[in-house]
Design a protein around this ligand. Structure first.
Ligand SMILES: C[S@@+](CC[C@H](N)C(=O)[O-])C[C@H]1O[C@@H](n2cnc3c(N)ncnc32)[C@H](O)[C@@H]1O
Length: 195
């Protein structure tokens, strides 16, 4: 399970070249962890003839996990504000059919391509409720960079009110859960749109 797919290895090499962190970095953006990537790959593999969207490409690590697993005929649109990162991701994904890397504001671009079967919200400050509106019924929303509650400092305000968890667990259109990654230090949130 520790072995990375070749496309993801390629993305990691490009990330290292550009100095884009491969571990969760509290001071700025970083690439998706392998535990997140594997989870995205599982969901992407079920998107037959579907459409996947990613907000915030970085240099294409999460995209590589999804692109390598999605069935032929599935489309993946990923959007990155930073042109240097977007072009690095284009280099990683150049041979992947059905994958489009767009430079721009993710929410505005993806709003025009909705509805999605899978949305990975990993960049920008979009209104989470609006993101749910971009899913088709049965579509999934994934957000990472969540710290399991037991690992938060005792006085952390996120113990009682975390804006990310709030949307997943209060929006009546979603059935959601939190998944703690195998490293036991990070988790992600996933919700399926049911109405
Ligand atoms: C956490 S990184 C993305 C990591 C990537 N998804 C991966 O799996 O490796 C967040 C990225 O979002 C980009 N970003 C920030 N605001 C954005 C916006 N409004 N639209 C598109 N990209 C944005 C940042 O430039 C950064 O590269």
């Amino acid at each position: 399970m520790d072995e990375l797919p070749p496309l993801v290895r390629r993305a990691h090499t490009v990330a290292e070249r550009l100095g884009f962190p491969l571990t969760r970095d509290q001071s700025g953006p970083s690439a998706s962890l392998p535990g997140v990537g594997r989870f995205l790959a599982v969901l992407a593999a079920g998107c037959a003839d579907g459409r996947i969207g990613e907000l915030g490409t970085g240099v294409g690590v999460g995209t590589a996990w999804m692109a390598g697993a999605m069935p032929v005929g599935c489309e993946l649109v990923t959007v990155e504000l930073d042109e240097l990162r977007a072009s690095a991701a284009r280099e990683v994904l150049a041979d992947e059919p059905g994958v489009e890397v767009i430079t721009g504001d993710a929410f505005s671009v993806l709003a025009e391509r909705a509805p999605f079967d899978l949305l990975f919200a990993d960049g920008g400050k979009s209104d989470p409720a609006a993101l749910v509106g971009l899913l088709r019924i049965g579509g999934r929303l994934v957000v990472d960079d969540v710290t399991p509650t037991q690992l938060l400092p005792p006085d952390s305000p996120y113990r009682t009110d975390d804006p990310k968890r709030r949307i997943f667990f209060t929006d009546p259109r979603l059935v959601s859960t939190e998944v703690v990654l195998p490293d036991l230090r990070n988790s992600l949130l996933v919700g399926t749109r049911v109405r």
